[in-house]
Design a protein around this ligand. Sequence first.
Ligand code: 6R9
Length: 678
Amino acid sequence: MSKNVYLPYHATSEKAHIKSMEQYREMHNKSLESTEQFWSEIAAQFHWETPYDINNFYSYNFNVTQGPVQIKWMEGATTNVCYNLLDKNVRNGMGDKVAFYWEGNDPEDYSKITYKKLLEEVCRFSNVLKSKGVVKGDRVAIYMPMVFEIVIAMLSCARIGAVHSIVFAGFSSDSLAERMADCKCKVLVTADSVYRGDKLLNIKSLCDIAMDKAKSFGHEVSTCIVVRHLPRLHRSINTSNGTNGSNSDIIDLHSDVPWTDGRDYWWHDEMDDVEPSCYPVWVSAEDPLFMLYTSGSTGKPKGVLHTTGGYLLYAATTFKYVFDYHPGDIYWCTADIGWITGHSYVVYGPLANGATSVIFEGTPFYPDNGRYWSIIEKYKVTQFYTAPTAIRALMKFGEEPVKKHNLDSLKVLGSVGEPINPEAWLWYYQNIGKERCSIADTFWQTETGGHVITPLPGCTPMKPGSASFPFFGVKPILLDESGKEIEGVGEGYLVFNKPWPGMMRTLFGNHERFQSVYFSKFPGYYCTGDGARRDEDGYFWVTGRVDDMLNVSGHLMSTAEVESVLTEHPDVSEAAVVSRPHPVKGECLYCFVTPNHGVAFTPKLSSELVKKVRESIGPFAMPDVIQHAPGLPKTRSGKIMRRVLRKVAVNDREVGDISTLADEHIVEELFKNRPEKA
Ligand code: 6R9
């Protein structure tokens, strides 16, 4: 074995579900060779209203040349995910167990909810949705902060067979409008406003702009249900010396919540009028559970669709093994529920295991840079799951903020969203895990539904920066450019030739695009769009995107979507965006902009463009650099040579072969034009 191998935490490994690599290999082999047997034993732990047929447990076609791509698990069986997450646990005597602790943006603002109470609230909200005409198969858009009501709204959809489509509340009103119009949601669930650190965001007004815009795209949202979150903030402000802002802000804003009678309803008013019980709708294992948009390399977001039975099994099983979850543990995932990590590992996975988790509304830097560590100490968190970008941001403040807190409760640390650089891995391992905790560097995607390559705590010897080995049911394959499978050591396209239960089934309303994006490059294989390397010990190292996608602080976006926003500006003729490595964000946006003929490139234009991207996509997409490009390096066929732009962005003159460029001189111009601060 090569250097840099860290053994898993031995104290937990005695109790760990998977205690050795031998046991892992045995189970992994079984999951691939006796797939039906492996997953049906897990399925047996859940409630099925109509049982699955072990002889027809799953079927698939990955080869576009042989017919439409399709993936089916337990077709014909019926169940209800909400029933399995809530009713089942309450019936098993866990009604009084805490499902979630809620920690507000303000440390004085916190609360908790038991499984029984969560079930009651979900039943009520299911009845509210029904009263607004929502029926099985309808889409419900959700644009909300991290409050209990977002979980309640999701599970209510699941209870009545509606399909939730959550849009991360950091997205702009334009992005929300586009997604609502695409999924044609009947209802939008939101909140009045929310604090992020010391900034107050009035999200209901963003929703109003988005609903108007969706109308201009031809889709009218008939109902908007609004959680009144402000009084909770108000209460916390009274108890925290007004550090969140002044009371007058709050009162003004409260009366300012924009309202359209007949369309908008307060959540609490509606909840008062309904019964606290609601019979679940039994749906087919292959009926949709939710959709979630992810960036597409052509710019238009893709509505990844997940279905019921397979997703439930996969979220539950990955949660149990990857975090080595045991009853009594307190688990905390910092991801926003608006991302797939929040879906699978704040809501579905933990609740399917009857776990107790923390939901955190705020940021790691408020009121100070020790906030994460203070929350771990406060709730005695045993499993902590966050992103490399957060780790790198917190590393900057050194060990002082960490040392002020007792982190002895921790057993497992998780990482997700992008490759974790060994330096951040070691800092996490040494300073947060005190060399005592296992680190699960989980590689997966919105499309995969759950972890696909990850170490298992108490089992897998860890190499900093490697996601290590496949999860049960998953067999990664590396292909070379010609589509040949690479055996042993090597690097190539990361693909799969067989489904696991939790993978997506289609792109909402666009099966053609689903096939062409994921299955056409290499017929017979699902193409992740990531590259990976297998080392001499068989460990996988995911090297990053091979398409024109960027990963900024764990947020995936396409260069095309940013370029299209830049070129919408009336003074811009052309734009090209590349990713540049960034010490905290992982990657950042470096934009080349060619103004229209006769228009000067000014600081004013540059700041207008930064603002425009921020407003059109979201604050996380804010470009770091806008550079003037008198022209772009294009091949004779007109394709922008992005590798050259990536070199300019890092000021590396080793640009390689540029003989196919229509005009080679432009490269020198671009180097000359690099802004001083870049
Ligand atoms: C869960 C999530 C997916 C893309 C994926 C890859 C990158 C995620 C990673 C990782 C290396 C890891 N990615 N986890 N790369 N190591 N542990 O992040 O989903 O938002 O769809 O992003 O993120 O490039 O293809 P999503």
